[in-house]
Design a protein around this ligand. Structure first.
Ligand SMILES: Cc1cc2nc3c(=O)[nH]c(=O)nc-3n(C[C@H](O)[C@H](O)[C@H](O)COP(=O)(O)O)c2cc1C
Length: 510
């Protein structure tokens, strides 16, 4: 099911008992964060903070020429005129398996993985050549719901040009006490490759640094940064908030090169994304989003950005990042401010990351077909640790898989890879620890490597580049280097005895 927009999704959460409205005034400066963190850690609902209070109200006047009906149900009936931001803040909207699945329009997000898997039928490929032959079919399906451009849109009900708006009036969250300022934490950042014109949508935090200036935190490995490196003059950038939540999922997804995020979003929601041209940029943005910041990033200009209480559970240190100069702000008549906070896991982004892991597994299996299952534990921030089960077919197979992972898109950042035999339930941490302890000789079964690591990794020797280690936790085969003995069998009960005890179990009264 496709959502009309972000507020439609919030309505669905509320109808499902998954959203709680908070009428108590709360400040975007730390207070919303503290409430959201407590609720998240307790497994609670999404929150709609109806009255964020702050130092000054939102500025700007509606543009009557582009007025379209707003969405009445989300807003409190009588917004207070002073010391209140003009819009409610939504947070934790993706913070559970159920809500993340609802965001993607399904009862469970594995349905999207199954959809991708069914496109790969009759079987997962046995080798990369077969995988390549299957790719056109998948691309065709994904391309069947391309975005379409419209001429009027809710996201342009209000239009404010430089001088008429003050970004510090937006209810952007200061999440943690030592944060460098307020941040847009769920932004969809639209850029185009200056050479090819190809669009990218990435989620990169945006720090509000002044009434029309922001820090743009696209990291060194990300597409936004690559686009900027190709620009010889200030590059147009649009930052959007809201829209169908499938858009946010597209923005965080490690999509294969060549797949447009808006196409992918159309595939997920089985409906095209409507877009509208920005008021001052040659960029199409989702027509039904809440707010759009239109501006430019000059490749020659950098400024200190951060610190920021990050998804690593630590503050990422302040560092030089590009400056995003905003020239126009458009928004709905009555927008909602979508927000999240990251910090010590488990946090809301953990659920977003889990959905990426499950939905992208079939695509990973396209390239590494021997992978049976994969668990990137939330507690290890996803990219730090991978537990992988494989169909082992030849000596050294575990090392092939480790090297494949270190060469694959976002998975390349993985620092620790543990490879297990098929039949190991890698989702069960108890079983994972049992197999590591029982089957792995650290002196022989570890492979040290090096490569790119997450730019936020504070443990690596150099920013963005560091060590990796893989552990072969499979049963060793005769002939595997350094293993000269028989590998013992795992203790298992005889099947006929299990069946007999199953049949008399009810009589045992246990
Ligand atoms: C809540 C959240 C915040 C994120 N913030 C950033 C960020 O500030 N900078 C960044 O480079 N990546 C950030 N990411 C990760 C990127 O969105 C992700 O790597 C995405 O795939 C990048 O897209 P790209 O490959 O098109 O650059 C964030 C992800 C989430 C879920």
């Amino acid at each position: 099911m496709a959502y009309r927009d972000y507020q439609d999704f919030l309505d669905a959460l509320q109808a499902a008992g998954e959203l709680k409205r908070i009428g108590e005034p709360l400040s975007p400066y730390l207070e919303i964060s503290e409430v959201a963190d407590r609720v998240m850690k307790a497994g609670g609902p999404a929150l709609l903070i109806e009255r964020p209070v702050g130092p000054s109200p939102r500025t700007g006047t509606p543009d009557p020429s582009s007025a379209v009906m707003g969405h009445p149900s989300i807003h409190p009936p009588a917004p207070s005129p002073s010391r209140e931001f003009g819009m409610p803040v939504a947070i934790n909207a993706y913070g559970s398996r159920k809500r993340m699945s609802m965001a993607l329009g399904v009862s469970d997000y594995e349905e999207h993985a199954d959809r991708l898997r069914s496109l790969l039928k009759p079987e997962l490929p046995r080798n990369p050549l077969e995988a390549l032959k299957m790719l056109p079919g998948i691309l065709r399906e994904v391309a069947s719901t391309p975005p379409r451009s419209v001429s009027r849109a809710q996201c342009q009900e209000q239009v404010m040009h430089r001088g008429d708006f003050d970004l510090t009036d937006l209810p952007a969250l200061t999440c943690w006490p030592e944060d460098g300022g307020p941040y847009v934490t769920l932004p969809l950042v639209f850029t185009h490759d200056p050479a090819t014109g190809k669009r990218n949508v990435g989620m990169y935090r945006v720090q509000i640094q002044g009434k029309d200036e922001c820090g743009m935190h696209w990291q060194m490995h990300k597409t936004g940064q690559r686009h900027m490196e190709g620009a010889t003059r200030p590059m147009e950038v649009a930052v959007c908030l809201g829209g169908d939540p499938a858009l946010a999922f597209g923005a965080i997804s490690p999509l294969p090169p060549g797949i447009d995020e808006l196409l992918f979003c159309g595939f997920l929601r089985r409906e095209r994304v409507s877009t509208i041209r920005c008021k001052t940029l040659d960029i199409e943005v989702p027509a039904d989003c809440e707010i759009v910041l239109e501006g430019t990033v000059d490749p020659a200009e950098k400024r200190l950005e951060g610190p920021f209480g990050d998804h690593t559970g630590y503050y990422s240190l302040a560092a030089d990042f590009p400056v995003f100069r905003v020239q126009c702000v458009t928004m709905r008549e009555r927008p909602v401010w979508p927000a999240t906070i990251v910090g010590q896991p488990p946090m809301e982004d953990g659920w977003m990351g889990k959905a990426v892991e499950r939905i992208f597994l079939p695509l990973i299996q396209l390239t590494v077909p021997e992978i049976v299952d994969m668990n990137l534990p939330v507690e290890a921030c996803f990219h730090n640790v991978a537990f992988v089960s494989v169909r082992k077919r030849f000596p050294g197979h575990a090392y092939k898989v480790m090297n494949a992972i270190w060469g694959l898109g976002g998975l390349a950042f993985t620092k620790f890879v543990f490879v297990f035999d098929e039949g190991t339930d890698v989702q069960d941490i108890g079983e994972v620890l049992f197999r590591i302890g029982a089957n792995c000789d650290p002196g022989r079964d570890a492979l040290h490597s090096r490569g790119p690591v997450d730019q936020l990794d504070h443990a690596s020797q150099v920013e963005g580049f560091g060590g990796k280690i893989g552990f072969d936790c499979t049963h060793k085969w005769p002939g595997e280097s350094g293993f000269a003995r028989d590998f013992p069998k795992l203790i298992e009960m005889a099947p006929d005895i299990r069946a007999k005890i199953d049949s008399i179990w009810p009589r045992l009264g246990l």
